[in-house]
Design a protein around this ligand. Structure first.
Ligand code: MG
Length: 401
């Protein structure tokens, strides 16, 4: 049967105030189309240009069944590769092609990936609070709703210390001021308090968000060991991966890493040297389902589990792709879950559902999710320049977010 790509376009929408980028690919077969997530929320318009101005002319007329060939050639067509803009653009195309293939086969994507090895994927939720007592109450609230994994942070996302200990020189630049020492000292105290009150029958997680000096991350992993974290997330920035050897040699706290990764050379040494326990890349950021399924297999070989990045700036299409991977991978660990609001569900019918701490994939063919374009158009993107990424240390200098 002859089949070709007839149209490729981006749909930008922000039902919950977060700019989302979705790619829709239409084929020569009437009614046969696919959707993919290409959300790089901080630079959405640049991804849109990459898709509409470059990938569209590259793809028109090609056979949508040839996913591997299209992924490989789309990656090198611009010659320079592995950057966040083009990886997200390619992801939008790649997931849409898997969606089309599933619809053609009459199978959900998890069946194309080898079939389910679990019915649903365990998710973790995020508990914050101004002090340990408030964090405890929020953890209990998630537990009462059936969740068994909770990430615990204090004082605004990421850390206590935001806008505390401000002692910057006069004339310092505006930004989000953060005290890494105050933060680092607060975390072991928080987990001592939580374990004392909750015991060990709930999985607790924490995200350092690469906000401390490397040696401080080593110390934190050691200090947190008695509290049996399910994992300690992003202890180091991608530029400092050599330090993982020291983290590993000093503690048995499980380590999760990777939401900022773009390039295979960032994760490969960590996986094959068994320096991390969970890979948690942002699937659209590495180029979509095609590289993610290969990364999953690489990790399986070396005893590393998956924990795909799942914040609010993943579209429900991207969430669906994560869940198809989760239920079909033997080395699945846990799925980050920011939740899908009713408004998002109206724009994206078929969004995966959570029940008692587990997310269930849709069993419809393909990714099992659709977009109501008329409703999506009701929520235009803001294209604001983000402010939360402008972190500064107490002396006024710029810091990694
Ligand atoms: Mg994180």
């Amino acid at each position: 049967m002859s089949l070709e790509i007839r149209d490729v376009r981006t749909i930008l929408t922000a039902p919950d105030g977060i700019d989302l980028v979705v790619v829709k690919i239409e084929t020569s077969e009437p009614g046969l189309y696919g959707l993919g997530c290409a959300t790089y929320t901080q630079r959405a318009l640049v991804v849109q240009t990459a898709v509409d101005s470059y990938l569209k002319p590259f793809l028109i007329g090609k056979d949508p069944r040839r996913i591997e060939d299209i992924w490989q050639t789309a990656m090198v067509n611009p010659y320079w590769r592995n950057g966040p803009i083009l990886n997200n653009a390619i992801s939008g195309v790649d997931m849409a092609l898997w969606d089309i293939k599933g619809k053609m086969a009459g199978m959900p994507v998890y069946d194309l990936l080898g079939g389910k090895c679990r019915e649903a994927a365990a998710v973790y939720r995020h508990a914050d609070g101004r002090d340990p007592q408030e964090v405890l109450e929020n953890v209990k609230r998630w537990m009462e709703q059936g969740y068994h994994y909770v990430r615990c942070q204090m004082g605004g996302y990421g850390a206590v210390g935001i806008d505390q200990g401000r002692r910057s020189p006069s004339g310092s630049q505006p930004g989000v001021y953060f005290d890494p020492d105050r933060y680092a000292q607060s975390v072991p105290l928080l987990f001592a308090f939580l374990r004392e009150n909750l015991g060990f029958d709930v999985e607790l997680l924490h995200d350092i968000h690469e906000r401390v000096a490397p040696i401080e991350a080593v110390r934190m992993a050691k200090q947190l060991e008695p509290y049996r974290l399910f994992f300690l997330e992003d202890p180091l920035p991608p530029e400092q991966i050599e330090w993982f050897k020291m983290v590993r040699s000093q503690s048995a706290t499980p380590i999760a890493m990777g939401e900022l990764f773009n390039h295979p050379l960032e994760w490969t040494p960590l996986v094959i040297n068994r320096l991390i326990d969970f890979i948690r890349v942002h699937v659209s950021q590495i180029g979509g389902l095609t590289p993610a399924k290969k990364l999953t297999s690489l990790c399986e070989t070396f005893g590393v589990r998956t924990a795909w990045h799942g914040p609010g700036d993943v579209s429900p299409v991207g969430y669906a792709a994560n869940v198809h991977l989760d239920v079909s991978s033997v080395n699945f660990g846990v799925q980050e879950w920011a939740g899908i609001s009713e408004r998002l569900r109206e724009v994206f019918p078929g969004s995966p559902e959570v029940k008692d701490g587990y997310v269930y994939p849709n069993s419809e063919p393909g990714l099992g999710i659709d977009i109501d374009e008329a409703k999506a158009a009701l929520y235009p993107c803001s294209n604001r320049v983000p402010e939360w990424t402008l972190l500064r240390t107490p002396d006024g200098g710029p810091s990694r977010p």
